[in-house]
Ligand binder design. Sequence first.
Ligand SMILES: C[S@@+](CC[C@H](N)C(=O)[O-])C[C@H]1O[C@@H](n2cnc3c(N)ncnc32)[C@H](O)[C@@H]1O
Length: 272
Amino acid sequence: MSSRLFSRVLDVTTPGRYPRAQKWVWRRVYNVLNRFWSDGDWRFMNYGYLPFGEPFPLNADDEPERAFIGLYQQAVEGLPIGGARVLEIGSGRGGGSRYIARYHGPASMTGLDYSPDTVKRAQSLNGDTPVLTFETGDAEALPFADGSFDIIVNIESSHCYGNVPAFAREVERVLKPGGWFTFADMRPKNQLKILNDQLTVPGLELVERKNISKNVVGALDAADARKRQRIERSWFMKRFMKEFSGSRGSQLYKGLSNGQIVYEARRYRKEG
Ligand SMILES: C[S@@+](CC[C@H](N)C(=O)[O-])C[C@H]1O[C@@H](n2cnc3c(N)ncnc32)[C@H](O)[C@@H]1O
């Protein structure tokens, strides 16, 4: 894919500009990706997070995914996950939900994604994990009763949504009183105020907000060689994949490095 065509795709998918087209395009992108990237060792689709302090403990066979698991670890660190009912919205290929289910002891872990092909991939990659289930559904109209979950996790997914305020209202509805919503995603710097307004809904209180761009760039650096090797082996849309995966030199990598794109981690708590 040429740079010009790629810029057009980015343009259509910029949050808020063409909400319906944005949602449609992202769904197509993820369905296609799952058809072409069928590798059994690829459970994540995020840009990752490297902590500056001590590395968190991981089993040896999860080490290759450390950078991607890092986003989940920072999202749930210190939250009361043991015995909780946890929902991940936008669970992708399921690696993050699998990590939470295997390391943090929830009573149940549900992964939800609106791309049916992605859900099938998550089910086949993560069938080894008790308490973990995946289903198809839309972040903007969640298929769950009020107060069904204690903790909701949302990692690098909200930039695909056509209606972020509807998503935030749904999060508030399906959380139990006192429940936690932990969120991480990126936006162009000039759209952070819009994101703030979109996530501000009655009943959800913002408890913590951090700029984690440097940690994400650290993870992009750490994963660069592996991603490039994988992309070189592929015959499919190499240029698009280099941009999409945030390889060094991509628009996303440059934006996160120079501050024009900001990656934020936030925590909200439901009143009650
Ligand atoms: C960048 S991937 C991140 C996946 C996963 N959270 C991870 O970190 O590996 C974004 C995911 O959000 C999903 N998604 C996008 N829009 C959605 C919506 N409206 N409802 C549910 N899932 C959605 C996509 O299908 C995709 O799997």
